[in-house]
Design a binder for this molecule. Structure first.
Ligand code: ADP
Length: 482
């Protein structure tokens, strides 16, 4: 692996400040999705190693939560600086294991680091409250304390940011953490652990274990020492983890699937709408939970938008993420391309028309052509399910009420987008969309300063912003009799 700092490439798990193999010595191979070549291996750990990681986090907890917020913040700040200092290597490592273009990977490192920086600052602002008492001889005070040992299970589409978005607030609040990264992209997680260690974050405070998702997930949800589970991934696995967490009444934060609508009204700036749709649909080759899944265009501008959008998509450059100018890398694996294929075939069989792309890319492997479908019927699978790939289906609508009804006709409620200029319409539609996030005249909404999260089957809790740290804190009410 060509990195400036080769010690960032770790092929062992990080537990209690030590780099470890699985007890059995078993490993998992990690592939480069651009070539299917093996990049290396990580330990295939299970329940026993998970128990030890939780025990390490439990041992580290009393000292970590007893530090002042400023002391924790200084270590987190150092971690942030080290991540930014190694941005090139971390970006390269990410492109190798995940496939996204290098510029996007480096952008993710900046985004990932921003959560550490932000929560290092927020750590110092975990204010309590005093409440006017209900009786003259009482005083009421509210304090906030870390929940305790937390666990994070994270996906492959953002191998760094989905970890820091949890580790930042958890560690800032005074919690300790066991992270289980996705098996497709563990090297980014292990490199972050190496940098946390260099930053002086004490042993046991941040642990990264790799291996069997089922065995590790079962142990993390069953282990009574774990007080909170934070998960980003599919709704199916999120629901399972929530059910597994129920007997132990563990807190859960869930960032799950989306099915983002993107509505273009007659009064929209069409060129801006095309730019927004392109950015939101094709980022990470369509593999983000806030990627546009369904594009609804009003009758009056449908044909004009379709033409401009198709021309823009035709200009996207597909290739190996390490090559200059590439905008779309390979999908993560064959299962991902299978889902895109299935949604295209289903829509075509119901009468949609293919405007662009539609098949596996000539580069082979898991590369797929950026695809545009027009006149897609509302009963197509792609209207109901998240594609997670480079497919943009264009649907037609005639009035505002219809657009809102179509947009809300889903179990999901993560991100939504619309383009319009009429101010009354902007407020009406923004308030009517049943989503945790609404992008208005923009296709890019993610930032560490705003609350990210969904409603309905898209999840529980918010990450980032001044609210994000609350997910890792308990409120305690002190009633003082005088
Ligand atoms: P995706 O389909 O995008 O890979 P998943 O929800 O399957 O999303 O995976 C997200 C994360 O959840 C990954 O880290 C994966 O290893 C983990 N995971 C998958 N199955 C389980 C399970 N049964 N218990 C705990 N974690 C799981």
């Amino acid at each position: 692996m060509q990195l400036d700092d080769t010690t960032l490439f770790r092929q062992q798990a990080f537990v209690d400040g030590q780099w470890l193999d699985a007890d059995s010595g078993a490993t998992l191979e990690v592939l480069n999705p651009a070539s299917n070549d093996a990049l290396g291996t990580v330990p295939r750990m299970g329940a026993e190693e998970t128990r030890r990681a939780v025990a390490a986090a439990e041992r580290a907890l009393p000292a970590w939560r007893s530090l002042t917020a400023k002391e924790r913040a200084q270590k987190l700040r150092r971690w942030y600086e080290l991540i930014m200092m190694h941005q090139d290597d971390l970006g390269r490592l990410m492109t190798l294991e995940q496939g996204k273009p290098l510029a996007e990977a480096k952008g993710e490192i900046t985004y990932a680091a921003s959560f550490i920086e932000w929560f290092a600052e927020e750590a110092k602002r975990v204010y309590g409250d005093t409440i006017p008492a209900h009786q003259g001889d009482k005083r009421i005070i509210v304090i906030k304390q870390p929940i305790g040992v937390c666990a994070a299970i994270t996906p492959w589409n953002f191998p760094a940011a989905m970890i820091t978005r949890k580790a930042g607030p958890a560690l800032a609040a005074g919690c300790t953490l066991v992270v289980k990264p996705a098996s497709q992209t563990p090297f980014s997680a292990l490199a972050l652990a190496e940098l946390a260690d260099r930053a002086g974050i004490p042993k046991g405070v941040l642990n990264v274990i790799t291996g069997s998702a089922g065995d590790i997930g079962n142990e993390l949800t069953a282990n009574p020492a774990v007080r909170k589970i934070s998960f980003t991934g599919s709704t199916e696995i999120g629901a399972r983890l929530m059910a597994q967490s129920a007997p132990g009444i563990k807190k859960v934060s869930l960032e799950l699937g989306g099915n983002a609508p993107f509505i273009v009204f007659d009064d929209a700036d069409l060129d801006e709408a095309v730019k927004g749709a392109l950015a939101s649909k094709y980022r990470n080759a369509g593999q983000t939970c806030v990627c546009v899944n369904r594009i609804y265009v009003q009758d009056g501008v449908y044909d004009a938008f379709a033409e401009k959008f198709k021309a823009a998509v035709a200009g996207l450059q597909v290739g190996n993420g390490l090559d200059d100018g590439v905008e779309i890398g390979p999908l993560i694996d064959d299962r991902a391309t299978g889902k895109v294929r299935e949604h295209i075939d289903d829509a075509l069989s119901r009468g949609a028309e293919l405007a662009l792309g539609g098949k596996a890319h000539s580069l082979g492997g898991s590369y797929f052509e950026p695809t545009v479908l027009v006149n897609v019927p509302h009963d197509a699978k792609v209207a109901k399910e998240e594609t997670f790939g480079p497919l943009a289906p264009l649907f037609r609508f005639s009035d505002e009420a219809e657009a809102i009804a179509l947009a809300n006709d889903t179990e999901f409620g993560l991100a939504s987008y619309f383009y319009a200029r009429d101010l009354s319409r902007v407020f009406r539609v923004a308030e009517a969309l049943e989503y945790g996030m609404v992008g208005i005249n923009t296709g890019l909404i993610s930032t560490e300063v705003a609350p990210f999260g969904g409603v309905k089957s898209s999840g529980l809790g918010r990450e980032g912003s001044k609210y994000g740290i609350d997910d890792y804190l308990e409120m305690k009410y002190l009633c003082l009799g005088l």
